[in-house]
Design a protein around this ligand. Structure first.
Ligand code: NAG
Ligand code: NAG
Length: 625
């Protein structure tokens, strides 16, 4: 989303378009929807800029504190049977900030890493660090060993506040941390690890009076507020920088989608990612709403929790909604007060099923990367779309879909060395122009990775774009659809195979519960050959012939998976994205893989068990793929 300096220009544009005669709605059927969405964005961007341009700037922390002053008794957080009001959180964070500042001698600007599960501690720690002007690096709870050290170094964190729940992970790297001079504390009442102090007793004993203002003296719109580690399924974590401005813009997203102060938002997403922390908790700070926090997502508990806490807004990412649809049907499926769902990664087939089953919930699907400089929101209710290429928005944060060579893993360039726009209906790489209003702050401590995300000479020599790494498609009505991640799409028989499309088709098969599609290398073959890891629905069995017929009818021959692997459960990341890396590496060797494997046999017109003989025949190139 753009931070607006160009607001004046934009307002001029809006005026101009309003003066376009009545033909406009006919020419642009989504004219009003586009305009309203645009106006909303402008309003929100203007608000963020105004606040942060004040002296002293009004940050998200100040917005929270204003709610705490005005509605002290309003619940901010519900967690299991505990309730924390705005005032409670204000006081807890005052106490914690005192201890961090005095006892830990924390200076403004020093990065502090938090290594905590989803629990109220996370929220008051965030507020306390904000009160001391210390950026918070949100360590992924699943990160271990060398990756953990790397994450700390990237954000230059010299202090870790951890939970004893992660004792083993902490102790594993403790000697290395000590060598590097990194201090570790537990935010608990007792410490299970010799040499690590537990801070809770000191925090409980500290004064809850407000802190002196000097701690916040240096804060500006561009101060680093948070580091979020991007959840790559491969490689070491990269620390994306979230400035005060970006934090506020993202926290405003909920309000843009209709989040109100009387809403109860249900967050089961990990707080170490932007969806849970910035959009979820941050969104509640912004409007003064209540957040129901859960340690871990549970499909079977989801709706019971929604009823128990009177939830009105839910958050989702990736496969989460599919898991809800996969639970056994219940008579009370539609008995809940949920009116709004915010998230991303919802696939069209799940979207339809979800609405049919759980009732008319308004779904706001948006697209955006934590480190990205712009994003889209679905504001028209077009199922499957992540947003619209709103003519208004496009002026503010220009993006392009450009031709991409999947094999060479880089954009196609013309004879002048510039990139080529795709036509409507064609899939292209999404790139967003980097401007003053849509800056890209890159990854902390990793200029090489930062440079990799920057694409130069896209439309004219010398321009710079943020490379989203995602392949999207825009239709003739300018709706935008997510197609695949760059590394996931593979080439087979000279064609691009978008794994999400094959997955969407296979998800319709009656015995398939979940599916993950990827390409495996076959010796002697160009490109990668399609393979699907599937989970069977309870009480069903794999039917090779019917799957053969179905895929033959619904998929182009190059896209129908050659190999099928049946797994008990599919591996996912902390943000509910499927992991393909290990599956790709493991390939299709029945001598190594213990899961049942099947092979698409064109002679038998069925998926047949992939035995060592077939495997050998493929390697000897006696079997044509
Ligand atoms: C949910 O709403 C009902 C009815 O309005 C109320 O009695 C109950 O206390 C509420 N529960 C919570 C957790 O707010
Ligand atoms: C503003 C708006 O139209 N948002 C929509 C996003 O998509 C869902 C479709 O399910 C609609 O219900 C929302 O109203």
């Amino acid at each position: 989303m753009p931070a607006l300096g160009a607001v004046a220009a934009a307002a001029g544009l809006v005026l101009l378009l309003l003066l376009v005669p009545a033909a406009a709605p006919r020419l642009f059927p989504f004219f009003w929807a586009d305009l309203v969405a645009f106006a909303g964005l402008v309003r929100s961007a203007v608000r963020c800029q105004r606040r942060l341009n004040r002296r002293p700037p009004v940050t998200l922390l100040d917005v929270f504190q204003e709610h705490a002053r005005r509605r002290p008794r309003w619940p901010l957080l519900r967690f299991q049977d505990e309730v924390y009001t705005y005032e409670d959180m204000e006081r807890w964070s005052n106490r914690a900030a005192r201890v961090f500042s005095r006892h830990l001698e924390l200076q403004p600007g020093r990065t502090v890493a938090v290594f905590l599960p989803n629990e109220p501690t996370y929220v008051w720690t965030w507020l306390a660090l904000a009160k001391l002007s210390c950026p918070m690096a949100c360590l992924n709870c699943n990160v271990r060993g060398r990756a953990l050290q790397h994450a700390l170094a990237a954000a230059q964190a010299t202090l870790i506040l951890a939970s004893p729940d992660l004792q083993a992970a902490v102790e594993e790297v403790l000697p290395a941390l000590r060598r590097d001079g990194i201090r570790v504390f537990y935010l608990s009442s007792t410490s299970p690890t010799p040499g690590i102090e537990a801070l809770l007793p000191a925090i409980e004993a500290a004064s809850d009076e407000p802190l002196p203002a000097h701690h916040r003296a240096g804060i500006t719109a561009n101060s680093k507020a948070i580091y979020i580690y991007t959840s790559g399924t491969t490689g070491l974590p990269k620390a994306a920088v979230i400035t005060e401005m970006k934090l506020m813009m993202v926290a405003n997203l909920g309000q843009l989608c209709g989040l109100r102060s009387d809403d109860v938002m249900y967050t089961t997403l990990p707080l170490y990612h932007s969806a849970g922390l910035l959009i979820g908790v941050g969104g509640c700070f912004e409007v003064g709403a209540t957040c129901v926090l859960r340690t871990k997502f549970s499909a079977s508990q989801f709706w019971d929790d929604c009823r128990r806490y009177n939830v009105s807004v839910i958050q989702y990412v990736g496969e989460l909604m599919r898991y809800l649809c996969n639970t056994p049907k219940r008579a009370d499926d539609r008995e809940h007060g949920v009116r709004l769902a915010l998230g991303n990664g919802l696939r069209a087939e799940v979207w339809k099923e979800f609405l049919q089953r759980f009732g008319p919930i308004s779904i706001w699907e948006f697209y955006g990367a934590t480190e990205g400089n712009a994003g889209f929101i679905n504001y028209t209710g077009k199922i499957g779309a992540v947003g619209r290429a709103n003519v208004f928005l496009r002026c503010l944060s220009p993006f392009e879909l450009i031709k991409y060579n999947v094999e060479e893993d880089k954009p196609v360039r013309d004879e002048r060395g510039l990139c080529i726009r795709v036509r409507p209906g064609e899939t292209g790489l999404l790139v967003m122009k980097i401007t003053k209003n849509a800056p890209f702050y890159g990854y902390a401590g990793d200029s090489r990775m930062t440079e990799k995300k920057v694409l130069r000479d896209v439309l004219v020599k010398g321009d710079t774009f943020f490379n989203s790494g995602d392949l999207l498609m825009m239709d003739h009505e300018r709706f935008i659809y997510f197609q695949d991640r760059v590394g996931d799409t593979f080439r087979w028989k000279g064609e691009n195979v978008a794994t999400t499309e094959v997955e969407a088709t296979l998800a319709l098969v009656n015995f398939i519960q979940e599916v993950n599609v990827y390409g495996v290398s076959v010796p002697g073959c160009e490109g990668r050959c399609g393979m699907a890891a599937i989970c069977l629905k309870a009480g069903t069995s794999f039917e090779g012939e019917s799957l053969y017929t179905f895929t033959g009818d619904t998929l182009p021959s190059y896209a129908a998976p050659r190999f099928v692997r049946i797994q008990d459960a599919l591996e996912i990341t902390g943000t509910f994205k499927q992991c393909k890396g290990n599956l790709v590496k493991e390939g299709f060797d029945p001598n190594v893989i213990k899961d049942p494997l099947f092979f698409r046999d064109d002679k038998k017109k069925s998926y047949v068990p992939l035995n060592p003989d077939i495997y050998a025949a493929i390697l000897d190139m006696k079997l044509n793929l």
